[in-house]
Design a protein around this ligand. Structure first.
Ligand SMILES: [Zn+2]
Length: 62
């Protein structure tokens, strides 16, 4: 297995490859809630709702 296979573009310096192979943005960091626009600590790219809105989007009491 060679590095050139994984990076056909080849215009990135090799030291950039120290980052894990995840889509950019798929990291735990502060994001703005898609629903209420409040900043919150997102778990990753899939996590776009703050804890409050995630709770509200679930059926409560069913
Ligand atoms: Zn929210």
């Amino acid at each position: 297995m060679t590095d050139s296979d994984a990076h056909p573009g080849g215009d990135e310096p090799s030291w950039v490859q120290a980052t894990p192979a995840r889509p950019s943005g798929d990291t735990a960091e502060k994001r703005v809630c898609m629903s209420c626009r409040e900043p919150f600590l997102s778990e990753g790219w899939h996590n776009r709702l703050c804890p409050k809105c995630r709770k509200r989007s679930e059926p409560d009491g069913w």
